[in-house]
Design a protein around this ligand. Structure first.
Ligand code: UDP
Length: 366
C-alpha cells in the first residue's frame, strides 16, 4: 500500500512527491496525459525546448524558492521583455517610460505622470471593471492600443465585464525598464522544465495515460491518502454543476530561418490576429544560440472556450464559480482528499507560489 496517491504530475504534484519520498513516504503519481509535468512540460524539437502548453518564465522574490528550483537544475538569468504589436507598430511592455515615449513622445517621468493623470480624470471613484481600472492606470490611449483587444481575446469577454484585479498583475513603471516582472529572481532552466519534474519524480511510481476520475474504483484503497490536483468539479462528476475555465490552443510551427522575431514573446494586442501571443522558444535559451542554426520554432497561442479543447487553463473568477468551487472543496474536505495546485484550488498561481503551497502542505502532513 502506498502512503500517498498523487493525482496529477504537474508542478504541485511533483513537489509533493519529491518532498514526501524524501521523508520516506511511498507515493504513486497518476497523470492523464502521456507525459509528466502538467503545463510546464517542455519538449525538444530541433534541439529547442518548446513550451508545449504555454510559455513559463520562472520568477520569484523568495530566495529560498530560487535556491530550491536551482537545486534540481541550474537556471540561467533571463529577463522577460515582451513586445506588444499593434497595427504594425511595436511597443515595449510592461507599461514603462519606453512605452510612454513610444505612445506619447514624453521623455520624463513628470510628463508621463501628467499624461496618465489627464487620462485618469475620465474615471470617477473606484474602478468597477477592468476597462475602468486600465484607464485609471495608463489612460485611454494605451488601454485601447495595448489592453482592450488583447484582453477581449484572452477572456472572450468585454473589458467592462471583467474583474479589475486581472490587470493589476502588470507593473506600471516610471523608469525606462522593460522587465515584465518585479521579482528579485528570474530565470530559465538549463534544458527546459521537464528535467526538473523528472528529478522530482525519481523515487515515485508514475502511471501515465490514466484519468483518475474514470478509474476511481481501481485506485480506491491503494494509498492511505489522496492528493488531488485535477479539476475539483470533475472529482465529483460535476454533481453541483460545471466550473468555467478559459482554455488555450497552441499552434507550434517550425520555420527554416535562424531568427524569426528577435524576441521570445510578442503580444498581439489588436483584436486581429486571433492569437494573443507568438512565442519563439529559442530566445528563452539565448545562451545556446548558434549562428549557423537555420531553424526556429514559434508557437501561436489562441485563447478558446474550454469546451473546444477540454483542457482547462485559467479559472474564471466570478462569484458563481467561487461559490460552486467552495461546495466541491467542502466535499473533498469531508472525504479527506487534499486539493492542491491551480486547477483543484481554482486559483491563478505563479510557479513560485505553487511550490510554496506544496512545501507548506507537506510540512503540515503528519
Ligand atoms: N494584458 C493586456 N495586454 C498585454 C498583456 C496583458 O491587456 O499585452 C492584460 C490581459 O488582460 C491579461 C492580464 O493583463 O489577462 C494579465 O497578463 P499576464 O501577462 O499576467 O497574463 P498571463 O501570462 O497570466 O496569461
Amino acid at each position: 500500500m502506498y502512503d500517498y496517491l498523487i493525482v496529477g504530475s504537474g508542478l504541485f504534484g511533483s513537489v509533493c512527491a519529491y518532498e514526501l519520498t524524501r521523508k520516506g513516504r511511498r507515493c504513486l503519481c497518476l497523470d492523464k496525459r502521456a507525459q509528466i509535468g502538467g503545463n510546464i512540460f517542455t519538449q525538444k524539437y530541433d534541439n529547442i525546448n518548446v513550451h508545449v502548453y504555454g510559455a513559463h518564465i520562472f520568477h520569484t522574490s523568495d530566495e529560498r524558492i530560487w535556491n530550491y528550483v536551482n537545486s534540481f537544475v541550474p537556471f540561467h538569468p533571463y529577463v522577460n521583455s515582451p513586445i506588444a504589436s499593434y497595427k504594425g507598430k511595436y511597443y515595449n511592455l510592461p507599461f514603462n517610460m519606453n512605452t510612454f515615449y513610444q505612445m506619447w513622445g514624453v521623455r520624463t517621468p513628470e510628463e508621463a505622470v501628467a499624461k496618465i493623470e489627464e487620462g485618469r480624470k475620465e474615471i470617477k471613484g473606484e474602478p468597477r471593471n477592468l476597462e475602468e481600472q486600465a484607464i485609471s492606470l495608463v489612460g485611454r490611449e494605451i488601454y485601447e492600443a495595448l489592453i482592450k483587444g488583447y484582453t477581449q481575446k484572452q477572456w472572450g469577454r468585454k473589458c467592462t465585464e471583467l474583474d479589475p484585479s486581472i490587470i493589476r498583475r502588470l507593473p506600471v513603471r516610471l523608469r525606462f525598464d522593460n522587465n515584465y516582472f518585479n521579482d528579485a529572481y528570474q530565470g530559465m532552466p538549463e534544458d527546459g522544465y521537464t528535467p526538473i519534474i523528472e528529478r522530482m519524480l525519481e523515487k515515485t511510481d508514475v502511471e501515465l495515460n490514466i484519468d483518475y476520475n474514470s478509474n476511481r474504483d481501481k485506485y480506491r484503497g491503494i494509498a492511505k491518502r489522496v492528493i488531488y490536483t485535477g479539476m475539483a468539479d470533475a472529482l465529483y462528476d460535476f454533481k453541483f454543476g460545471e466550473l468555467e475555465y478559459r482554455s488555450e490552443r497552441f499552434e507550434h510551427k517550425c520555420f527554416n530561418i535562424g531568427n524569426m522575431q528577435g524576441v521570445a514573446v510578442i503580444n498581439h494586442t489588436d483584436v486581429t490576429p486571433a492569437y494573443t501571443r507568438s512565442i519563439e522558444h529559442k530566445h528563452f535559451e539565448f545562451w545556446k544560440s548558434d549562428p549557423n542554426d537555420k531553424k526556429t520554432w514559434v508557437s501561436y497561442e489562441y485563447p478558446v472556450d474550454y469546451k473546444e479543447t477540454g483542457e482547462p487553463y485559467y479559472p474564471i473568477s466570478s462569484q458563481r464559480n467561487l461559490d460552486l468551487w467552495n461546495r466541491y472543496a467542502d466535499l473533498a474536505k469531508k472525504d479527506g482528499i487534499i486539493l492542491g495546485g491551480r486547477l483543484a484550488l481554482y486559483r491563478y498561481f505563479d510557479m513560485d507560489k505553487t511550490i510554496i503551497n506544496a512545501l507548506e502542505l507537506v510540512r503540515s502532513l503528519e
